[in-house]
Design a protein around this ligand. Structure first.
Ligand code: 5RP
Length: 223
C-alpha cells in the first residue's frame, strides 16, 4: 500500500467523526484533499464546511459542499486536518502548506480535532520538519534574528504568500522538547502571526494510516 492509499484510508475513516446536521471544519493539504473527496458522499447530511485554506474551499465547492464562514458558525463539533509531524501525545507541527494560522483558529473553535496522517508523520519528538512561522512582511528580518537567538535557522519560503498575505519563515534546528513552552514563546515575538507548533491545543484523536490498517490514538473510539 503506497502513501496515497494510506492517506485515503484515514480520510475515509474520519467520515465516522462527522456529526450529522452540523458543520465540519476542514484543514488543508494532500491528506485533507482525500477527506474532502470522501466528504462529498455526506454532503446532504451536513449544512456545509469551514475551510482552512482557499484551496480547500475551492475543492469543497467543486464537490458542491457549501463553504461556511467561521464567523457564521456557533459551534463546530469536529475539525479534520493533517499534520507534518505528530507525537503520541498528539502535539503537532503543521503549516507545510502554509495554512497554519487559519488551521489554528479553526482548531481552537472545534470541540474535537481529528488528525489524519500516514505512518510517516508519527515521530518521537517534534522538530525534524522545519517549523513554519507566519510573519507580517515588515517584521521578516527582525523575527529571523529573534529565531536565531533561540537556536533556529530560519529560511524564507521563497515566492510564497499565505492566504492572509503574509510570509513564512521555515525554521530548522530549534529544540522542541517542550513544545507547549516554545509555542507560547514564539507567539511573543512581535510580528509573528502564528507558529506551526500545535501543542497548546493538540489533536484529540489521531487516525494513523499503517500498512496493517488504521490505528486510532487518543480520544474515545466511536461506537
Ligand atoms: C498545511 C498543513 C497540512 O496539514 C500538513 O502540511 C500536512 O499536509 P499533507 O497531508 O499534504 O502531508 O498543516 O498547512
Amino acid at each position: 500500500m503506497n502513501q496515497d492509499e494510506l492517506k485515503q484510508r484515514v480520510a475515509a475513516e474520519a467520515l465516522r467523526y462527522v456529526v450529522k446536521d452540523a458543520p465540519v471544519g476542514v484543514g488543508s493539504g494532500s491528506t485533507v484533499n482525500f477527506f474532502i473527496d470522501a466528504l462529498a458522499a455526506l454532503k446532504h447530511a451536513i449544512p456545509g464546511a469551514v475551510a482552512a485554506s482557499e484551496a480547500s474551499a475551492a475543492r469543497l465547492r467543486q464537490h458542491g459542499i457549501p463553504v461556511l464562514e467561521l464567523n457564521d458558525v456557533d459551534e463546530l463539533p469536529v475539525y479534520v486536518d493533517g499534520a507534518d509531524e505528530i507525537t503520541e501525545h498528539l502535539a503537532m507541527i503543521k503549516g507545510g502548506g502554509g495554512a497554519l494560522t487559519r488551521e489554528k483558529i479553526i482548531a481552537a473553535v472545534a470541540k474535537r480535532f481529528v488528525c489524519i496522517a500516514d505512518a510517516s508523520k508519527l515521530v518521537p519528538v517534534l522538530g525534524r520538519f522545519p517549523l513554519p512561522v507566519e510573519v507580517i512582511p515588515m517584521a521578516r528580518s527582525y523575527v529571523g534574528r529573534e529565531l536565531r537567538k533561540l537556536g533556529g535557522q530560519p529560511a524564507l519560503r521563497t515566492g510564497f504568500r499565505t492566504d492572509n498575505g503574509n510570509l513564512i519563515l521555515d525554521c530548522s534546528g530549534m529544540s522542541l522538547l517542550d513544545p507547549v513552552k516554545t509555542e507560547s514563546e514564539l507567539n511573543q515575538i512581535a510580528g509573528v502571526v502564528t507558529n506551526g507548533i500545535f501543542a497548546r491545543r493538540p489533536a484529540d484523536v489521531l487516525l494513523l494510516g499503517e500498512k496493517t490498517g488504521v490505528r486510532t490514538l487518543g480520544g474515545a473510539k466511536l461506537r
